[in-house]
Design a protein around this ligand. Structure first.
Ligand code: 5GP
Length: 192
């Protein structure tokens, strides 16, 4: 079935140009803060893959790049509260200055669990850089050091963020039409 973007997206919340210039600003700031340090950026898969690809190319300091897989969404658009974490093979946080790159912070549970794991495994420092932040939804005390855009409590897709594995390739962030998930019901096993 061919779907038009306007069938799926209620409103473009953040345009491609806005994303580009915000990432350049964030990369400048991160570059200044981590100048002279041995920085390891950790991309939380799957949702951050596009953000991470753009961010590491915008950074003008040397970085190590690693990946971690986390899933917390049990059904459709609601987090299950339980976080599954799988580290990339060979990744050892011990002694590293780690900057986590995440697509969106919602309740904050996913990043709280990841941060705890990294610190338990001996990371020297752990900070968070999130592309999007929905502070209204927070249920834990978590404050990302770098935030691309603060957004309202709406389910969004695009620029890496999916709904049922789709729409990640949109170059913008859009608010998904609620009827998209209301009609289809839910068959999602994982959400990041
Ligand atoms: P948290 O543990 O902070 O509640 O959830 C973070 C994860 O929930 C994100 O990495 C993302 O996968 C998912 N998430 C939260 N809000 C949204 C949203 O509006 N759209 C999409 N596509 N995923 C979301």
């Amino acid at each position: 079935m061919n779907e038009d973007i306007t069938d799926v997206i209620e409103e473009v919340l953040i345009s491609e140009d806005e994303i580009k210039s915000r990432i350049a600003e964030m990369a400048e700031e991160i570059g200044r803060d981590y100048h002279g340090k041995d920085l390891c950026v950790l991309s939380v898969l799957s949702g951050s893959f596009i953000f991470a690809a753009d961010m590491v190319r915008a950074l003008k300091i040397p970085v190590k790049v690693s990946f971690i897989f986390a899933s917390s969404y049990g059904a459709g658009t609601e987090s299950s509260g339980k976080v599954d974490i799988i580290k990339g093979k060979g990744f050892d946080p011990k002694g590293l200055d780690i900057l986590i790159l995440e697509d969106i912070v919602d309740t904050g549970r996913t990043l709280t669990a990841i941060k705890k794991l990294l610190l338990e495994e001996g990371a020297k420092s752990v900070e968070i850089c999130t592309f999007l932040d929905k502070p209204e939804r927070r249920v834990v005390d978590l404050h990302p050091k770098y935030v691309g855009f603060v957004i309202p409590n709406k389910f969004v897709a695009g620029y890496g963020l999916d709904y049922e594995y789709r729409y990640r390739q949109f170059p913008f962030v859009g608010i998904l039409k609620p009827e998209m998930y209301e009609q289809r019901g839910s068959c999602v096993e994982e959400g990041n």
